[in-house]
Design a protein around this ligand. Structure first.
Ligand code: CUP
Length: 147
């Protein structure tokens, strides 16, 4: 089975509640990699309990997971989705490329816990994200952003 489909097979539980899963992803990312929290000025001062109940954290987490859902469903034909995203993350949000690798590992773990994504499914997610991240990196380089 294609990598996209292996992940999409377990997408139902994520899609059923993007906000809760999105909050979990960002809260876990900030806990495991505290420096990533500083990339979000709105969230920078929040402790763990505040993060879990913060509507803006849930909203951005939901945005991230919805984007990933769109990318999975595009099955590699994702240039039109990814270009604007890479542009805004380079020029506006200034998110260095390695953060996408960090969030990939967090999403793999959350999907294991909450959606039963097994080891092969987690590898499939890493494979999909490796392509996505390489494409973001190309746009970053075109823009002269060295993140
Ligand atoms: O949208 C958004 O916001 C994004 C999403 C995505 C991209 C790519 C892939 C998948 C998803 N984001 Cu934001 C991202 C990120 C952040 O924010 C942070 C860190 C990392 C990543």
């Amino acid at each position: 089975m294609a990598d996209f489909d292996m992940v999409l097979k377990h997408w139902g539980p994520v899609e059923a509640d993007y906000s809760s899963h999105g909050n979990l992803v960002l809260t876990r990312l900030f806990h495991e990699h505290p420096e990533t929290q500083k990339l979000f000025p709105k969230f920078a001062g929040l402790g763990k309990g505040d993060l879990a109940s913060n509507a803006a954290v849930s909203a951005h987490g939901a945005t991230v997971l919805k984007k990933l859902g769109e990318l999975l469903k595009a099955k590699g034909n994702h240039a039109a989705i990814l270009k604007p995203l890479a542009n805004s993350h380079a020029t506006k949000h200034k998110i260095p490329i390695n953060n996408f690798r960090l969030i990939t590992e967090v999403i793999a773990k959350i999907m294991e816990e909450k959606a039963g994504l097994d080891a092969a499914g987690q590898q499939a997610l890493r494979n999909v994200m490796a392509i996505v991240i390489a494409d973001i990196d190309s746009t970053y380089k075109e823009l002269g952003y060295t993140g």
